[in-house]
Write a new protein. Structure first.
Length: 468
């Protein structure tokens, strides 16, 4: 079967001298190649092989391929042998081995995390207490498999292929939920898990970022807390998104105003305020929003608010965003760190202890404090037509066009992309464009599918370019 293999030996740690786009830097495509590999067989009872329908590309994949993760302590969790990426997956069960809860032909979403039980290891302390997402054996190899998740396991494979292995406990049937929505289950569960880190007390929330996760936070917060006022810092800068589209290159990336159509899309998800400006201007705007006074120490470069927002979800976690976040949180407020910023940070954390801020990290999902499975709640939300998920998948590519897909995903909103997915063999057949060849016969082409949301942005930008 075909798969997109990644060779970790070809990835160089991301340093200031090898940032994407710099001379001599390797691209995220360098360690990848499409290859024919043996079809994996279920290793034990209760294991299955799944045929992917759609598999998403996310910041975790791009961060790994860019070398950013290898510049950080979290790099110890990644495989050293070749493997197949892809952990955001909807697919069809192709082969089972003595399963009890799933059958061949079932359409499923995947909760990809691997812990002691899946690896055949004795349960660690975290797994014993039900905190499987914090498994202490994530980096250890067991009798059955290794790796931290599907998509980061040499033995099990991942969604960027024509088949991978999973334990039946990782599968959740999705029945009639369309692939376009179902493939959003994993990032939706991640956002939901992060929101549940907050007590829910308060009436203002700030989301920092502009990509998939940021929009999911806006959508979920407005759904779960209808009276909550939500602000967004429209921030596209990160270690892994250096490329910009042609129309953006004449102005500094950090000050380029977001296209009106993108702002409108975020507002439609539930954001009341959207800012993109230098940090001090944003702090001043937030002060006006919440009725705060601005305080500034003699040697301080930025002001601090005497009261601020109740919770912040930082999907960038750069030095600039975390430093701004601790300045605009109310005393006792909550900062949830969600992004994958570079390891070196210069945030002044004195505000954190002085104002007794609650600072927590969030990176996955599992069982929440209520005992509920995050993915089970995510499935309920996927099935709710009121949730505006249909606009998230903007680009679909066949496996063989993975290079273009990854370039689009890395460019992000600069390429009118929110969620980019690869199509597997179980994808629902889509219409093909039929044209006449030079020989007069009919040919069928399979171009990448650019969906309505992205096409609308592209038309908007084309009209801007033609007017300029």
């Amino acid at each position: 079967m075909r798969a997109i293999l990644v060779d970790p030996a070809q990835i160089t740690p991301l340093t200031q001298k090898s940032r994407p786009g710099s001379r001599g830097a390797k691209t995220i495509l360098s360690p990848l190649a499409i290859a024919d590999i043996p079809t994996p067989e279920p290793p034990a009872p209760a294991w299955v092989r799944v045929r992917p329908a759609l598999s998403g590309m996310c910041a975790k994949d791009i961060s790994f391929l860019s070398g950013a993760d290898l510049s950080s302590p979290i790099g110890v969790y990644h495989p050293r042998k070749s493997f197949v990426l892809g952990h955001e997956i909807v697919g069809v069960v192709e082969e089972t081995r003595k399963t009890r809860t799933v059958r061949e032909g079932d359409r499923v979403i995947i909760e990809p995390s691997l812990f002691c039980f899946h690896k055949g290891l004795p349960p660690c302390r975290q797994c014993q207490h039900g905190n499987v997402h914090l498994c202490e054996n994530r980096f250890r190899e067991g009798p059955l498999c290794s790796g931290s998740s599907i998509g980061f396991s040499p033995e099990l494979g991942g969604g960027w292929s024509e088949g991978f292995l999973a334990h039946e406990s990782m599968l959740i049937p999705v029945h009639d939920i369309p692939d376009q929505r179902a493939v959003m289950a994993e990032p939706l569960a991640s956002a939901l898990h992060a929101i549940m880190k907050w007590s829910g007390e308060g009436d203002t929330a700030l989301v920092i970022g502009s990509g998939t996760m940021s929009r999911l936070f806006v959508m979920l917060l407005s759904t779960l807390y209808p009276t909550l006022e939500i602000g967004v810092v429209y921030e596209r800068r990160s270690a892994i998104r250096e490329h910009r589209s042609k129309h953006q290159r004449n102005i500094p990336a950090q000050f380029a105003p977001p296209p009106d159509i993108d702002v409108g899309a975020i507002r439609a998800l539930g954001a009341k305020h959207i800012w993109r400006a230098p940090s001090e201007e944003i702090i001043n705007a937030i002060a006006e929003w919440v009725g705060a006074c601005r305080l500034r120490a003699a040697a301080d470069s930025l002001p601090l608010l005497d009261r601020g927002v109740d919770v912040i979800f930082d999907c960038r976690t750069t030095s600039e965003t975390t430093d701004m976040a601790v300045r605009v949180l109310r005393p006792g407020g909550t900062l949830v760190l969600v992004g994958r910023g570079l390891p070196s940070q210069t945030t002044d954390w004195s505000y954190a202890w002085h104002n007794e801020l609650h600072i927590v990290g969030s990176s996955s999902y599992g069982r929440e404090s209520t005992g509920a499975r995050t993915f089970a709640r995510a499935k309920e939300l996927l099935a709710d037509p009121a949730l505006q998920l249909d606009q998230f998948v903007t680009h679909r590519y066949p496996l063989e066009m993975y290079e273009e897909a990854l370039t689009t995903a890395q460019t992000g909103t600069g390429a009118s992309a929110i969620k980019v997915v690869l199509e597997g063999p179980a994808a629902v057949m889509r219409e093909r464009e039929t044209i006449h060849s030079t020989s007069g016969s009919l040919e069928e082409l399979e171009p990448p599918v650019i969906l309505a949301a992205a096409a609308k942005r592209a038309r908007h930008r084309s009209s801007e370019d033609s007017e300029s």
